[in-house]
Design a binder for this molecule. Structure first.
Ligand SMILES: [Zn+2]
Length: 481
């Protein structure tokens, strides 16, 4: 495989974060990752950057958007218009860049209400609304030609492609691009080394009408990124000198420290988000109200998920947080749940991010006291309510003389036919990873049944590809064992 060079072209923005780095990839089809804001200065800088590599704007064939923030997609429409380049982005990003939803009156009003409800004075809440509404001038709505999902490939040459991963948290639909050949990771705003990676407060998930818990999603996405073998991170802003795993560890510690400080503050009595933010961030709160709120709300979400704090509505109509009483903690039901069809949810909200599902599935194990299940990741352990079996077989495949089970969450396990059991309602189970039960989903059940015959001596038997025959055990599937 040939290495494909990636060149940085920095474009000015009017934001405190400074320039945005776009990246020119000179494969068979010149591709630009991210687009800059829609402004004359940004356009001229782009033309000059392309010229340095002997390219005109009309030579661009693809623009990939890491996410739907204006500094990343603002002038994508103009590039597409002048060059005919295809725009690629995650499917969740497409509606966010088609128009600028932040600036629409209902979204601005929802943000103003949220800030007011969480203790910000009315004038501060309204300034946040103006800030959101004004950024509309820095963008033009753009059509996404190629909507991609987690795991999609961006072909560069005949034998070389980048892999696209969805990394939720900073913004819905955020993607990173990974070059397994050069071990470079185009990180967008997911990995920034100047403390500006803030999982943005996002009040409305356009899919489901509920507020996604950005920091929780962000920390889960980091688990996925930490597993990649990365030599060099190419960030959307600033420089990135650390190893990505060292950086990820720092980010985790940073948030753990903020959570301790918030807890410490709440131990003195209930407080609104604004009161906590004033205590922790003082002067920065007035300048960067939106970012500071994003950080505080995100960390309160983690504390609430872990049962350390709870929110309630005060007599004055404001939302406040307090430390959870020990009785409430003792009776708390796990918020993480895995249903019989293999769907994960957290606090009743389905988890759809495939990278997260893979991390949860890999970390799933029996609790050390033998009661129920936990997900282990790093030093963290979280209880999971498992409705039926902890794993779900979605497909059965023949590989040589063996059968392989494809599990929900992207895992592959060999089938040990001696562990097959038929439970109630003809549901079939097998033991996989560490002896945990896997339930065959409908399609996988039919694939298995094609290989089952009835035998006078043994009842139902599975005929393996090598011809060996294995009676199917009966009885309740001992899913709790
Ligand atoms: Zn961003």
């Amino acid at each position: 495989m040939s290495r494909v060079p990636i060149h940085r072209i920095s474009l000015p923005t009017p934001f405190p974060v400074g320039a945005i780095h776009t990246y020119l990839i000179l494969g068979e089809r010149p591709t630009l990752v991210d687009a800059g804001v829609a402004s004359d200065a940004s356009w001229q800088a782009l033309l000059a950057g392309l010229a340095e590599h002997g390219l005109a704007i009309t030579d661009l064939e693809r623009v990939v958007l890491t996410h739907g923030h204006v500094d990343h997609y603002g002038q994508a429409a103009r590039i597409r218009g002048e060059s005919g380049a295809e725009v690629w982005a995650h499917a969740r990003t497409a509606p966010l860049v088609a128009s600028y939803p932040w600036s629409t009156p209902p979204v601005v009003a929802a943000n103003v209400d949220f800030f007011f409800q969480n203790g910000a004075p009315r004038d501060v809440a309204e300034r946040v609304g103006e800030f959101l509404a004004n950024a509309v001038d820095l963008q033009q709505g753009v059509t996404v030609d190629q909507a991609v999902e987690h795991g999609a490939e961006l072909p560069l040459t005949e034998d070389h492609a980048l892999t696209i991963f969805e990394v939720a948290g900073h913004y819905p639909g955020h993607i990173v691009l990974y070059d397994a050949e050069s071990r470079e990771l185009l990180g967008g705003d997911h990995l920034l080394d100047d403390g500006t990676t803030v999982p943005f407060l996002f009040l409305k998930d356009w899919d489901r009408g509920i507020r996604p818990r950005s920091l929780i999603l962000f920390l889960q996405s980091l688990e996925h990124v930490a597993r990649l073998d990365v030599e060099r991170v190419l960030p959307g802003h600033g420089s990135f000198e650390l190893s990505h795993r060292v950086w990820i560890e720092r980010i985790r510690k940073h948030h753990a420290r903020i959570q301790r400080r918030i807890r410490h503050h709440l131990e003195k009595g209930p407080a609104t988000v604004h009161e906590v933010a004033r205590r922790l961030y003082r002067g920065q709160l007035d300048v960067y109200t939106f970012l500071v709120f994003s950080e505080v709300v995100g960390n309160l979400d983690v504390l609430e998920r872990d049962g350390d704090v709870e929110s309630f509505l005060g007599d004055d109509g404001l939302t406040r947080y307090r430390v959870t009483s020990s009785e409430a903690r003792a009776t708390r039901v796990p918020m993480l749940r895995l249903d019989r069809d293999g769907r994960w949810s957290e606090g009743g909200e389905e988890i759809t991010h495939l990278g997260t599902i893979e991390v949860l599935t890999r970390g799933l194990t029996r609790a050390s006291d033998g009661e129920g299940y936990v997900v282990v990741s790093g030093a963290e352990q979280r209880a999971v309510e498992v409705e039926d079996a902890p794993h779900v077989v979605v497909r059965v495949e023949q590989v040589g003389d063996a059968l392989e089970l494809r599990l929900a969450g992207g895992l592959v396990e060999p089938l040990d036919p001696s562990t097959l059991r038929i439970g109630g309602e003809n549901v079939v189970y097998a033991r996989v990873r560490g002896g945990l039960m896997a339930r065959f989903a409908r399609a996988a059940y039919y694939q298995l049944v094609e290989r089952v015959v009835e035998d006078e001596a043994h009842g139902f038997v599975l005929v393996m590809p090598d011809g060996t025959r294995h009676p199917l055990g009966e009885g309740e599937a001992e899913t709790a064992t």
